[in-house]
Write a protein that binds this ligand. Sequence first.
Ligand SMILES: Cc1ncc(COP(=O)(O)O)c(C=O)c1O
Length: 423
Amino acid sequence: MKGNIAGRTREFITPALVFHTGITVKKASGIYIESTDGKRYMDFTSGLATTNLGHCPPPVIEAVNKQVKTLIHSGCIFYYDSLLKLSERLREITPDPIEMFFFSNSGTEAIEGAIKLARFYTGRQGIIAFTGGFHGRTFGALSLTTSSARYRKNYHPLLPAVFHAPYPYCYRCPVGRNPRTCSTDCFGYLEWMFEHLITPEEVSCAVIEPVLGEGGYTAAPFPYLRKLRELCTRHGILLVADEVQSGFGRCGKWFAMEHSGVRPDILVMAKAIASGFPLSVVASSKKIMKKWSPGAHGTTFGGNPVSASAACATIDAIKGQGLLENAGRVGAYALERLNSLKKKYPSIGDVRGIGLMIGVEFVKKDGSPDTRLTKHVLKECEKRGLIIVECGRHKNIARFMPPLVVTKAQMEDAIGIFKESLL
Ligand SMILES: Cc1ncc(COP(=O)(O)O)c(C=O)c1O
């Protein structure tokens, strides 16, 4: 197709849907994309933390090619082997007591499933979420999403009985403490909620991203997650880990929650699980899942044979290529290099991350978020062939989320471009 594809596409797509760049892809491979105007870019967005094996990974292409020749769709009419194979693989890589799954298509859809499962199992209505979290755009998930009020604007009333506690975002502490001396003081807000807003016996689940994605690329301190686990257990509340962005190796383990030793009751996966094919999962123990009675939830496309095959190949490749280790190794190197930039550039207020989920927060002289500078730096990176996108309520955090196959040398190139763009 000739002509300005981006411009012509825009005439058909509602402005509600925002594209991060004006680039049109001619082809993509590994960490690189080639645009229709002949430029090559390093893609450090991974299609929003999804192409963890890089673009068009050969093992996934091979698995999908094989699958489309035998069965493309079942619609829950027939059984097929790729779904069993995927379930067995997921059972191996997910922490105990996760052993049963419900497959759907997108992150938001899996969050809906998790909410429904928690309500169904506990018979309670209340939901706890965390300010700054992003869980999706459909009504249930949107009721939890608070990374920006803009996403909620004009959609009220949302789901009732959803209560938000402040996310433990230490660089911008929600209760004004110094992270070096604080002992997760913001946790006290949850106890306060139980005294004033909703009794714990009415709460079905607490839904948390172990590493805040869209809301700012900042990890919840492990003691906070442990306290939350303890609180949930004490009150019979299900702990739901939204690992849609942080999962599938992004943080150097299969799931970010593993770093804290905390085991969720419900684990939500999506994005990178099938290397770009639509697939998401609500995962839980047999005890919880078996109480979800036949017909209480359903799907036409969820866990379709092609996505399931892509997911099997993705899991095998992450294992076979040692990508968890690579994410840890290259991520640690990136943190070290970015921290040395922070020492030279006062506009970098904070550098943080686990594995290859790294945020660089830009600030003005008074420490307030610098949205304008962030936009400028990312534009300059793009001009020099590096695609990075921002996050955070003020869009002042550059998020490094390259594919897990990124090498140390490629990371060095990217940080070199980032540095030049700061000048
Ligand atoms: C943590 C988290 N949960 C849920 C979602 C929603 O996923 P989807 O866009 O596939 O609906 C996202 C998307 O960015 C996410 O980052």
